[in-house]
Design a protein around this ligand. Structure first.
Ligand SMILES: C[S@@+](CC[C@H](N)C(=O)[O-])C[C@H]1O[C@@H](n2cnc3c(N)ncnc32)[C@H](O)[C@@H]1O
Ligand SMILES: [Zn+2]
Length: 376
C-alpha cells in the first residue's frame, strides 16, 4: 500500500491516501470539495460546546478515511473520544494509520455496517455524522437510536435530484414526500429531508431541530440538535406540514395544512409539496456562535457563513428573481434597486446561498410583485 500514495493536509491533519480511481468499489474516498462541509462541522461542534456542558463522544458512522472525525479530535477541545466506522476495511486501516501519524490517542475504530454500529451504541453518541454516497434515509432510524439525550447531528444527502424533483417518484418512495421542481426546489428538498430526520427522531421520543441547513450543487447538508424529550419530540413533529405553490404566478407559502385554496393572487389551483419541515431551517443564534468560533483562514467559508446568517433572519421561502419575473411577464429589476425599495417600505431583503439570482424577503408576494412592477 506504500506505492502511489498522496499526502494531503486538511485542517490540523496530514493524511496519506492511495492515488487512483475513487469510483472503484473498495477505493478510500477523500473528497477535497467536502472540506467546507467538514470545516462547518467543526465550527458547529465548537458552537455546541456550551450547550453540551461536558466532553463529548463524536462518531462518523460512514467515515471513509476518517478525516472528518480525526480533525474533530485534533481541532475541537471538548472531545472525550471519536468513533470511526466504515464498512470498508481498507478505509479503517488508513484511518488507524492516520490517527497514529497525527498522535491521536482517543480514537476507536470499527468495520461494521453503519446501522449495526449505530444501534450497538444506543443513546451513547453526542455527535453523529452521516455522510453516505446518496441518501442518508437508510441510516436515520439507527442514528436517532444512537443519539444521546443532548446531541448534535450532521446529515449529508447527495441524492439532490430526487429531493429537488427531477425524480419525483424516487423522492416519494424514499422520503414519502412529494418534491417540487420549481425555483425553490432546493429549499423544498432540504425541508423534505429535515422532516424525514424529525420523524425518525420522534419515533425514538427524541426531538430534532435544525441549526444550520444549506444546499450546494452536489449535496444537501443539515446539522441540528436533538434532545431526548417526548414533549419536545412532539413539538418538532408538529412543525411538519406542506408547501403550497402556484405554478402560474409563483406564489408560495408554508402551511401545516395539506388542503389548499386557490391562489390568492391569480386564482389558479395551487400545487402541494411535502410533507416537509415548515419551521426555521437556520438559527441566527447558532450561526453567530459558529462565526465567533471561526478561526479558519478561508474567505469563502466566512462569506458563506455570513450569507447564511443574514438570510436566517427571514423564515419565508426564498424567491428566484428571474423566475418570478418570467412567470409574471415582468422585466427584471436590478437586485440592489429592489432591495432598496423593499427596505424603504419596511421589509427585510437578503441574498440567499441557494441560487445566485435568489433572494429572501418578508414582504407578501402581492406586495413584492407590486414593488417590482413599480420599479420596471
Ligand atoms: C462519502 S464517504 C464518507 C466520507 C467521510 N465521511 C468524509 O467526511 O470524508 C461514504 C463512505 O460510506 C461507506 N459506506 C457505504 N455504505 C456503508 C454502510 N452501510 N455502512 C458503513 N459504511 C458504509 C463507504 O465505504 C464510504 O467510505
Ligand atoms: Zn397564482
Amino acid at each position: 500500500m506504500t506505492h502511489n500514495m498522496e499526502t494531503i493536509t486538511e485542517g490540523k491533519i496530514t493524511i496519506k491516501i492511495p492515488k487512483g480511481d475513487i469510483r472503484k468499489k473498495d477505493a478510500v474516498f477523500y473528497n477535497p470539495e467536502m472540506r467546507l462541509n467538514r470545516d462547518i462541522s467543526i465550527l458547529a461542534i465548537k458552537a455546541f460546546k456550551d450547550m453540551a456542558k461536558r466532553k463529548i463522544t463524536a462518531a462518523d458512522a460512514l467515515s471513509s478515511s476518517g478525516i472528518r472525525t480525526l480533525r474533530i479530535a485534533k481541532e475541537c477541545t471538548n472531545i472525550e473520544k471519536v468513533m470511526i466506522n466504515d464498512m470498508n476495511p481498507t478505509a479503517i486501516e488508513i484511518a488507524e494509520k492516520t490517527a497514529k501519524d497525527n498522535n491521536i490517542e482517543n480514537a476507536e475504530f470499527s468495520v461494521e455496517d453503519a446501522n449495526v454500529f449505530l444501534s450497538r451504541n444506543k443513546n451513547h453518541l453526542d455527535y453523529i455524522d452521516i455522510d453516505p454516497f446518496g441518501s442518508p434515509i437508510y441510516f436515520l432510524d439507527s442514528c436517532a437510536r444512537a443519539a444521546s439525550g443532548r446531541s448534535m447531528i450532521g446529515i449529508t444527502a447527495t441524492d439532490t435530484a430526487p429531493l429537488s424533483g427531477t425524480y419525483p417518484k424516487t423522492c416519494i418512495r424514499r422520503y414519502g414526500a412529494t418534491p417540487l421542481r420549481e425555483d425553490i426546489k432546493h429549499e423544498i428538498g432540504l425541508r423534505i429531508l429535515i422532516a424525514s430526520i424529525v420523524r425518525a427522531f420522534s419515533r425514538h421520543n427524541k426531538s430534532f431541530v435544525p441549526m444550520i441547513s444549506y444546499s450546494k450543487i452536489h449535496y444537501f447538508r443539515i446539522m441540528g440538535l436533538s434532545t431526548s424529550s417526548t414533549g419536545r419530540a412532539g413539538k418538532s413533529a408538529e412543525t411538519i406540514g406542506y408547501a403550497h405553490y402556484c405554478k402560474n404566478c409563483g406564489n408560495r407559502m408554508l402551511s401545516k395544512e395539506i388542503e389548499t385554496t386557490s391562489c390568492a393572487i391569480c386564482n389558479k389551483d395551487m400545487t402541494t409539496a411535502g410533507p416537509l419541515w415548515t419551521g426555521p431551517i437556520n438559527s441566527p443564534l447558532f450561526i453567530n456562535k459558529m462565526i465567533d468560533e471561526n478561526d479558519f483562514d478561508d474567505k469563502k467559508l466566512s462569506a458563506f457563513l455570513e450569507t447564511l446568517e443574514k438570510e436566517s433572519h427571514i423564515t419565508q421561502p426564498f424567491y428566484d428573481l428571474h423566475q418570478i419575473c418570467k412567470k409574471n411577464h415582468l422585466e427584471i429589476p436590478r437586485r440592489e434597486k429592489l432591495f432598496e425599495e423593499l427596505k424603504k417600505q419596511g421589509y427585510k431583503a437578503e441574498k440567499t446561498h441557494h441560487e445566485p439570482t435568489g433572494f429572501k424577503t418578508d414582504a407578501g408576494y402581492k406586495e413584492l410583485l407590486d414593488i417590482i412592477k413599480k420599479l420596471v
